[in-house]
Ligand binder design. Sequence first.
Ligand code: GLU
Length: 197
Amino acid sequence: SDVCSSDLVAWSRLSAKNKRTRSRSALLVSCATAARSRHAARLETMCGIVGYVGPQESLKVVVDGLRRLEYRGYDSAGVAVVVDGRIESRKRAGKLANLEAEISVDPVPGSHTGIGHTRWATHGAPNDVNAHPHLSEDGTIAVIHNGIIENFAALKRELEESGVKHTSETDTEVVAHLLAAQMEKSENLAEIGRAHV
Ligand code: GLU
């Protein structure tokens, strides 16, 4: 089935294995734009997406990156980092400072793999719950996304019929649930992503 009829312009995967449980976590970044959009229009409306894997503290790199993207405008911000094979996420409506305040109250452990997002709401109010990242029900996949998933309503209905519970009003959340379902069948996330586009 299609995740979206739009153009997937960027897609990357950051993953970590938890040696003890062998569970997998994946942080996903996707930029989907409506098929009718032109490059210029996309630039005008772009939210901010940052991803990092490396030796530095990922939270710092990601938040610094989001700060540099603030000029694009946004209504909420969020991060997800991989810690010991599991995903920790924090997100807040409003300015990046709100997210930083939340992280200082409820810190995330050190991590070398992380993603961050500044959102311009298209589907769902600009609140904490609708801020990205969006996680699969088992918490092993976190998705941040820029753009619109045009057929999300049909996908959401299908997912709900199969028993999946959504926590947000966003179109983006369906991607986390669809990928989680597919990851039960395959190890290769890149292949799964391509199959959905
Ligand atoms: N359609 C998504 C949402 O409303 C992404 C919006 C954006 O590009 O920031 O959450």
